[in-house]
Design a protein around this ligand. Structure first.
Ligand code: M7G
Length: 330
């Protein structure tokens, strides 16, 4: 995960009303994968044997751990979630307080909230590949300069062999997973897409809203494949994605950051919708391309993303970085 500082600015819209509009995820009974919901799968992590901390952050309150789950390699991500305004009354009345120190007008406590207000968002990747381990490991990054020619001779051959499986994306499009999390769908095979919460978002508050729009078209790998032929698709995602978010979360387009990653981790075209002010991982200028800019660039030059030099960061042990080095491009 890219470095980030998770600053949150106060919402200008009524938080209570918005919080109520945010629908909680329900268990996806169809795929039986025990996703977020009201049911408990208490034993899933009891056999997890951690072997290394890949990265952690006191500021973001996250820890990424590598280990074994039933003899398979696994990565477990733990993240403390924001304190929600609508839980404050219960937090104050239903918690136990332990005094740590008192001095004049100052006192500090350890507050032990009821368990349901003390949840930790947990993501499990199992079986995890070596590539997942690298993705979550804290590492130095290097900015790469990729010409249109570099893409053809270095990047494309590499991603054709080495990229992450997009099975989870196909599961979403085919309603084999996360079907009940879908916020909006346009089923058209050319310009259609599925909009749903990114798995980084627990959907409990709109302050860190994060959705992704996944295209029904399956042959578009990334920004580099886009030409003016894709303008109807991109405009459709932009327009209908914003409308759906306004309707469901009461968040206007002026509060959204809508962008594509280059390089993405998953080479099936998708667009990120995050709340402005929430510094989502990977929203920096070295990786995020605003969808509004992408549309304008393609309107001005149909081959813009085939010919332009694009810049992006790669981690020290990313195989693609070695390919750029071998080609003398770094
Ligand atoms: P990306 O730009 O390809 O890579 O975005 P990144 O992960 O380096 O940002 C893929 C997006 O899909 C990310 O924001 C992920 O958090 C999200 N994502 C990944 N997986 C495996 C899933 C999943 O299974 N379900 C959902 N809903 N989102 C996912």
């Amino acid at each position: 995960m890219a470095d980030t500082t998770a600053k949150r600015e106060p919402d200008t819209v009524e938080t209570d009303e918005l919080t109520q509009k945010v629908k909680r995820a329900k268990t996806d009974s169809k795929n039986g994968r025990g996703e977020v919901g009201d049911e408990f799968e208490t034993d899933v992590l009891s056999g997890f044997q951690s072997s290394a901390v890949l990265s952690d952050s006191g500021r973001e309150k996250t820890i990424f751990i590598r280990g074994k789950l039933a003899d398979e390699d696994a990565v477990v991500i733990l993240e403390k979630t924001p304190i929600r305004e609508d839980t404050l009354a219960e937090l104050f009345t239903g918690s136990r307080l332990k005094l740590e120190m008192k001095n004049d007008i100052y006192s500090t406590y350890r507050l032990q909230p009821p368990p349901h207000l003390n949840e930790i968002k947990t993501t499990v990747v199992c079986p995890a590949t070596e590539k997942h381990v690298k993705k979550y490991q804290r590492q130095e990054s290097f900015l790469v300069e990729e010409t249109g020619e570099d893409y053809k001779t270095i990047t494309l051959p590499y991603i054709q062999k080495q990229s992450f499986s997009v099975q989870w994306v196909l599961n979403i499009l085919e309603k084999k997973a996360e079907a009940d999390r879908i916020v909006f769908e346009d089923p058209d095979k050319d310009v259609g897409f599925v909009l749903l919460p990114d798995f980084k978002w627990d959907q409990k508050q709109v302050d860190d809203l994060y959705l992704i729009a996944i295209t029904h078209q399956r042959n578009i790998k990334s920004l580099r494949d886009l030409t003016s032929d894709h303008l109807p698709l991109l405009q459709n995602i932009f327009q209908k994605g914003k409308e759906a978010i306004l309707q469901r979360y009461n968040l206007p387009a002026s509060k959204l950051r809508v962008y594509l990653h280059y390089q993405p981790s998953y080479y099936h075209l998708h667009v990120h919708f995050t709340k402005l002010g929430y510094e989502a991982p990977g929203c920096g200028v070295e990786r995020a391309h605003l969808l509004a800019d992408v549309i304008q660039n393609l309107q001005a030059d149909p081959q813009y993303y085939k010919t332009r030099t694009l810049y992006f960061p790669l981690r020290a042990d990313d195989g693609l970085l070695s390919k750029f080095k071998e080609a003398g491009r770094l």
